[in-house]
Design a binder for this molecule. Structure first.
Ligand SMILES: N[C@@H](CCC(=O)N[C@@H](CS)C(=O)NCC(=O)O)C(=O)O
Length: 237
């Protein structure tokens, strides 16, 4: 049985960690049996969640995990895709994972005191009181450094949101009126689509980017479609 490590469930989402949500969604899409363990990033092999343990294999990073799972257990989700479709799916995956992600991280860790309090409570509430604030302070400092290194935090909030709007437009225009990112049937790219979009438009972190995403009916319907199909145990987004 695959042991899957991620942050604890909260906010009525599979996970507030985008990549954890993506990976659990992939496990469900691929119909692989797994058990969930809640943990924190310092326990992970690369210091970031998620990670898995499967027999003697222990690995972090959702991209390598999905690649390993496909290789080890087969890949019935992406078999029919053309190379052009895989290229387009990969480009959308990178946009969501490597750009929109940082916009949402800015809203959670930096932008507005209320958002930070909501984020802090969700992540650190299980930690003993004495070390909770210290852990939150140090983690926040680390994430703010990452946001600076990536470049996002060097912009004004309104500039960051403009870039986020462009990502949302791109995702909405890419999806058009298809049920899934690449057509009529779900593919592994939808694990990313759901994991990152649900964490933008259906989490209790308020921002102009969330508000903008909620005006895109096809994205809202998509997130609900994925959630209904793969998380019948959770309420609708
Ligand atoms: N590329 C990684 C990203 C994972 C990631 O950024 N995880 C975050 C939680 S959403 C984390 O563990 N951050 C802790 C840190 O940066 O210290 C993946 O796809 O798994």
């Amino acid at each position: 049985m695959i042991r899957f490590y991620q942050l604890k469930r909260t906010w009525g989402l599979p996970n507030l960690c985008h990549s954890c949500c993506k990976t659990e969604t992939y496990l469900r899409m691929a119909e692989l049996p797994y058990e969930v363990n809640a943990t924190l990033p310092p326990m992970a092999p690369k210091g970031k969640l998620p990670y898995i343990v499967d027999g003697s294999a222990r690995m972090g990073d959702s991209r390598f995990i999905v690649r390993y799972l496909k290789k080890t257990y087969g890949d019935h989700l992406d078999q029919q895709l053309s190379t052009a479709q895989i290229g387009a799916g990969r480009a959308m995956q990178r946009l969501l994972e490597e750009h929109l992600y940082w916009v949402t991280m800015f809203t959670r860790w930096e932008w507005t005191r209320e958002n930070w309090e909501t984020n802090k409570t969700a992540i650190f509430s299980g930690i003993p009181v004495l070390i909770r604030d210290v852990a939150a302070y140090h983690t926040r400092r680390g994430i703010r450094k990452q946001l600076w290194g990536h470049g996002t935090r060097r912009h004004k909030p309104e500039e960051i949101f403009e870039l986020g709007f462009e990502d949302i437009d791109a995702a909405s225009n890419f999806l058009e009126n298809k049920p899934y990112l690449l057509g009529e049937t779900p593919t592994s790219f939808d694990a990313t689509g759901y994991g990152f979009l649900v964490n933008t438009l259906a989490c209790p972190i308020e921002s102009p980017v969330k508000d903008y995403a909620l005006t895109k009916k096809n994205l809202v319907d998509y997130v609900n479609r994925m959630q209904t199909r793969y998380y019948p145990d959770l309420v609708a987004a």
